[in-house]
Design a protein around this ligand. Sequence first.
Ligand SMILES: [Zn+2]
Length: 291
Amino acid sequence: MEYRRLVVVLELALSVCACGGGSPPPSPTQPTPPTIVPPPPTPTPSTVTLTGTVIAANTGGGLYGATIRILDGVNEGRTATANPNGEYRLDNLQVGSANLSAAASGYQETRAGVDVNGTNKLDFTLQPVLADWPREVAAVLNRGLLVPPGLYLYWTLDTGVTGSGCPGGKTPGQYNTLLRRVEMYADWRKCFGGTYSEMLGWTTHEVCHAHQQRILLDAGLPDTNLSTWVETTEGMAFMAAGGRSSLPSNPPSGDPKEDFANICSAWYMRRDYLRQHDRAMYTFAQAWLPQ
Ligand SMILES: [Zn+2]
């Protein structure tokens, strides 16, 4: 009984495999040609992006905070603000040509046109608004005080520094290492005693901070934090010599870079100007500073 079943199974298996014999192979069915599906058309993007960089002509670096504005066309009124590298980005724009402006305080507004198409970029280079240095400060610079290339003076009613001495709780000036400019309070007659001599003292103090940045630049060191100036050869020499100011009008501040700026300011001021206008500083300069 068992043997019989096995034979039947084998015959079935053979019959299944008996296709290599004389019987012709079944004609292959005609392959169905594949349906050619056309690729979907590249969708025309409904919106595009415009990017670019705003450069400060005096530093060659990006102009942080510059405002970029679209002046006309379908995207009129759109604005962007440049990041710390001076880069800006305007997203979700309609395709079309446009004129744009780039503006920043202390720089000349600059305009340019571009076809906004998602590919083109638009860069700006802004020239600083140059003010004349006070005559006495110009003399300091002409005497050879090393300062960063492109240094300039910017008069403003917002020095950005909260402190004291000027209306609105501002200080009379600061040095902006990123933009390499001395920022002075334009209404300086309302600051402290309001004297021209004081304004000059502040201005040259800030110019001396610019000098510290130049020293850092020449040393190949990061130059935006002036506190690191004490690590330069000049800073170390200053510290070795006592590292403090004993100007009558500027007692030691405890901050070497500030004490240096005070001494540097007196050092580079015209001595006959000090004699006439600032007896205390003149006396100090005569006693302690090289002619
Ligand atoms: Zn200072």
